[in-house]
Design a protein around this ligand. Sequence first.
Ligand code: ADP
Ligand code: NI
Length: 221
Amino acid sequence: TDGKWTAEQKRIIDAAAKWVRAKLERESSGHDWWHIERVVRTVRTIAQAERADSFVCELAALLHDMADEKLNDDPKAAEQELEQWLANCGVSEADAVHILEIIGTMSFKGGARPPMRTTEGKVVQDADRLDAIGAVGISRVFAYSGAKGRPIHDPELPPRQNMTQEDYRGGRDTAINHFYEKLLKLKDLMNTSMGKELAAERHRFMETYLEQFYAEWDGRK
Ligand code: ADP
Ligand code: NI
């Protein structure tokens, strides 16, 4: 299913990159253009290993945050705009439906989700999740927490699993807590074998980071 892209496919990918970059250039919520660029690069690596349709994977990766509720006051309208864009751009009906399905089902939000149906969906979801862990993932947590005005860490907070909704509503969430809430869980949610491999290394890096963090916090190192 892989192979050289047609001139038409190249034109579509270029147009998508231009559209997405213009929209996300000034974004600072962690969904900035460079997040997209990293996901695209990782998608290329995984798609090749999985023999997935690289055009669908790359286009879905480029567009995956365009209708995100965090970036749009009106996500429904953004989704319609995305559908329109795909149609206007000459993406086939089948590819457009596939890409919209991937984008609509890949987010972690809401916890347990049905598994991605297609190989291409698995690839793109893995690449997006990989950008939330490892050295880059750590950077994004602190950037996000800082933007929300949250503390780095609070050793007096109850352990993560004992936190109640009230603790969150009271604004007691911290950057370090987000590791336990999400980042350390992602490794076991990877779909593809290449994704698992990459996640294992990034996961180890986060564990090392946390050990060092607590040692420094306690003045032990
Ligand atoms: P995505 O839409 O890419 O699945 P999110 O929108 O949930 O992910 O998060 C974007 C980035 O912000 C990720 O790197 C994530 O780890 C970080 N982030 C999300 N929620 C929090 C939080 N409560 N505290 C710290 N970082 C967060
Ligand atoms: Ni993303």
